[in-house]
Design a binder for this molecule. Structure first.
Ligand SMILES: *Cc1c(COP(=O)(O)O)cnc(C)c1O
Length: 432
């Protein structure tokens, strides 16, 4: 598979080069030259295949030339070594729980897969790779955990001070070793801007081999398609085509779902549910694509005003709006609606959702009102414990700490304050 830059002004590269570079020299996101379509026989026989086997079938076209099957299969087995349960709340209404990994948010899969790829690619190089990543909450923790102790890789994480939950902050500031957290006074978009600036800075590029672990990296983005395939496999072949409602921020997750659909995964519709950061819902309602500045919400991992992956969503449909609009619906919900949804889920189904999953549920519930029939799945992207104060206050309950979280709550946090790009640059150029 070759990958090209969506800005059309850089040479095509292999999977390995796309992963190591993160972003193309012309600042474009990498996109696969072809999207293979798998036959109906594949989709009909998912439940006869082991998870690793079907993951290999799906990922091989994207990574195969850079990673031999045997190594790829081992990486996928490690990446997918926890459960992705599809929980039925009522007939036809499902929560797809993507939070059973080490940091309890769905980003574990992409982060772990990318860590394995980089570890594999740098196996016989002595040049250290610096992974630079901006986080709105969950990416940082997942990336930190995924890369902890990987030889030859240093990880630098930027997060907006005071805008991530306590659990999230602990997960990204307590690991030490090859992981450094930088706290930024500003928003996630500011962090993302500083990361992009570092990538374009010739001084930094000359001194460091930089790569990004944000969802713009193809190794993080593409494996997320597996969630949708695993959900379809859990439904079973007789359930019909599902609707997927995806709580969306940077639009990497939903874009991966739509990639699976392009590969032949049967589904009825994709719903991109957002919080007050409603750039895409406004665009899908026929207005201009016009990002405002980002707004802080209780579903903070989605506080993104200018979602990086949306250009990929457009590209999947050849930038043809009517084709996109036939498959994608996008709606925005307020924090008040989100709390109400958490109470409904708890009161009606006895189900404790986190604020992100609740936004997904809102999108699904609204869609099913006018489009009943067929299974509806919302993605529950984080364990409620990651947003403990909000969930406990909203539902009047006390949550139990899962072991993965207990472990980080007692550790000492360490983060370096960074005031602007100049400071980030000198930090990156310092020898450690
Ligand atoms: C990152 C994140 C999202 C948003 O996913 P995108 O791929 O950025 O759209 C939603 N929920 C949670 C809990 C997240 O961590």
């Amino acid at each position: 598979m070759r990958y090209y830059s969506l800005n059309q002004n850089a040479p095509d590269v292999t999977f390995q080069e796309a992963v190591v570079r993160g972003i193309a020299p012309d600042r474009g996101l990498y996109f696969p030259r072809e999207i293979p379509r798998l036959p109906a026989s594949f989709w009909n026989s998912l439940n006869t295949m082991a998870v690793t086997e079907l993951a290999l079938e799906l990922m091989r076209p994207y990574a195969g030339e850079s990673i031999p099957n045997e190594a790829l299969s081992a990486m996928l087995a490690e990446t997918l070594s926890f459960d992705f349960p599809l929980v039925e709340l009522a007939p036809g209404l499902y929560s797809l729980e993507l939070y059973h990994g080490p940091t309890m948010a769905f980003k574990d899969v992409g982060a772990r897969f990318m860590a394995h790829c980089l570890g594999y690619f740098s196996r016989d190089s002595d040049r250290e790779v610096t992974v630079l990543v901006a986080t709105s909450g969950d990416t940082g923790g997942a990336v930190a955990r995924g890369f902890l102790g990987v030889p030859g890789v240093r990880v630098v994480i930027l997060y907006p001070e005071g805008k991530v939950s306590e659990v999230q902050e602990r997960q990204l500031t307590t690991l030490g070793q090859n992981i450094t957290a930088l706290r930024i006074k500003g928003s996630f978009d500011d962090c993302q801007r500083m990361v992009k600036e570092a990538f374009l800075d010739a001084d930094v590029a000359g001194a460091r081999q930089l790569t990004s672990a944000n969802s713009i990296n193809v190794a993080r983005w593409i494996p997320q398609m597996l969630y949708y395939v695993l959900a379809y496999r859990s439904l079973g072949p007789k359930a019909g085509r599902p609707v997927f409602s995806v709580p969306s921020g940077n639009f990497g997750n939903i874009c991966a779902g739509m990639l699976a659909h392009k590969m032949g995964l049967p589904c009825r519709q994709f719903l991109a549910a957002t919080n007050a950061n409603d750039t895409v819902p406004r665009f899908m309602s026929g207005q201009q694509y016009e990002p405002h500045s980002s707004v802080a919400t209780i579903s903070n991992a989605m506080d993104v005003a200018d979602p990086s992956n949306f250009v990929r969503v457009l590209q999947l449909f050849g930038n043809h709006f009517p084709e996109l609009a036939a498959v994608l619906t996008s709606k925005s919900y307020t924090d008040e609606q989100t709390r109400e949804a958490m109470r409904t889920l708890y009161g009606t189904y006895g189900y404790v959702a986190d604020p992100h999953g609740a936004v997904g549920y809102l999108g699904l519930a609204e869609y099913l009102e006018t489009h009943p029939g067929g299974p509806g799945i919302f993605l529950e992207t984080a364990h409620p414990i990651k947003f403990m104060p909000e969930v406990e206050r909203c539902l009047g309950i006390t949550l139990e700490l899962p072991p993965q979280i207990k472990e980080v709550m007692n550790k000492v946090m360490h983060a370096i304050p960074v005031a602007g790009y100049a400071q980030l640059k000198s930090f990156l150029l310092e020898t450690e």
